[in-house]
Design a protein around this ligand. Structure first.
Ligand code: NAP
Length: 279
């Protein structure tokens, strides 16, 4: 049987980079995509030291042409697509009185519409292989968090989209899964691109509240933060397990945190109910 092919978005750093290495180590032909292939040095070095090969390609989830070109290229060159890992994403710290609506739209473009675009392009090929559609959301896809209005809204949107799609896709042989990390030590915070002191100084009436939040979240990150490899392990589990859970948290802390909100941590009760509607 030919090697199974997975395409992963956002592999320049962090969880996506670690997932690309781990899936290649698990024997998958791994198409590691980046919006800017000039930023592939860390990925190439990691692949070299792990002794694995990656097929590195350009894909910007906010650019439909780039999404379709990448997926068409995979089909042309590998003949199949067995899994898509929607990992690309970007954080945003702010509150609506200080943000613009345009800021919120930008966060939705990357974290929600990017997932929609890539999933739509991949689905016909995943149907052909009985493949897997895996999306990295966040504990913030279950629990709204202060100063994360736009980010959590986007991750909630992804969770609702995938929970709705899962029973329908399952009828056509495609398994849909969500992976919810808590804090992970990646470029995520740096990529948000704000200096906390400057953001607090610019936050006007929200300054004290933002200072408290930043202090809190730095403490949570220091106490519970995972490595990218730890957060990537459940992604590979969702690729390889016989019957992966619909929703998986990446750590005990993430499970406990989301259990404040979710009565159905792994999604089995919900999908048991909605799947039954489809005969
Ligand atoms: P990261 O190191 O910043 O990685 C994010 C990746 O997404 C980067 O490769 C980035 O590429 C890419 N990306 C951003 N915009 C993109 C676009 N338009 N098209 C394609 N790729 C794009 O952060 P990470 O922590 O590994 O994040 C991975 C996923 O985990 C995200 O979905 C994030 O929301 C989620 N997550 C992270 C944490 C955490 O604490 N780190 C917690 C919960 C969930 P560039 O290098 O080009 O920017």
């Amino acid at each position: 049987m030919p090697s199974q092919v997975v395409l992963i978005t956002g592999t320049s750093s962090g969880i996506g980079l670690a997932a690309a290495i781990a899936s290649a180590q698990a024997g998958w032909t791994t198409v590691a995509t980046l919006r800017d292939t000039n930023r592939a040095d860390a990925l190439r070095k990691a692949a070299e030291s792990a002794g694995v090969e990656l097929d590195i390609r350009q894909l910007d989830v906010t650019d439909p042409d780039s999404v379709h070109a990448a997926i068409d290229g995979v089909i042309a060159d590998h003949g199949r697509l067995d899994a898509l890992v929607n990992n690309a994403g970007a954080g945003h710290i702010g509150t609506i009185e200080n943000d613009t609506v345009e800021d919120v739209r930008r966060v939705m473009e990357v974290n929600f519409f990017g997932v929609v675009e890539a999933s739509k392009a991949a689905l016909p090929h995943l149907r052909a292989t009985g493949g897997r559609l895996i999306t990295v959301t966040s504990v913030g896809g279950a629990v709204g968090q202060p100063f994360n209005e736009a980010y959590c809204a986007a991750k909630f949107a992804v969770e609702g989209f995938m929970e709705s799609l899962a029973p329908v896709a399952a009828k056509l042989g495609v398994t849909v899964s969500l992976v919810e990390p808590g804090a992970v030590d990646t470029e995520f915070v740096t990529n948000i691109g704000i200096d906390p002191a400057a953001a607090i100084a610019a936050a006007g009436p929200y300054a004290d509240t933002l200072r408290s939040y930043v202090t809190h979240i730095l403490g949570v990150t220091a106490d519970t933060g995972q490595t990218p490899a730890q957060a990537a392990a459940p992604i590979v589990e969702a690729l390889t397990a016989g019957r992966p859970a619909f929703r998986v948290q990446t750590s005990d802390w993430a499970r406990e945190f989301t259990s404040a909100k979710l009565a159905d941590l792994d999604g089995s009760r919900t999908l048991g109910m909605t799947g039954a509607w489809l005969g």
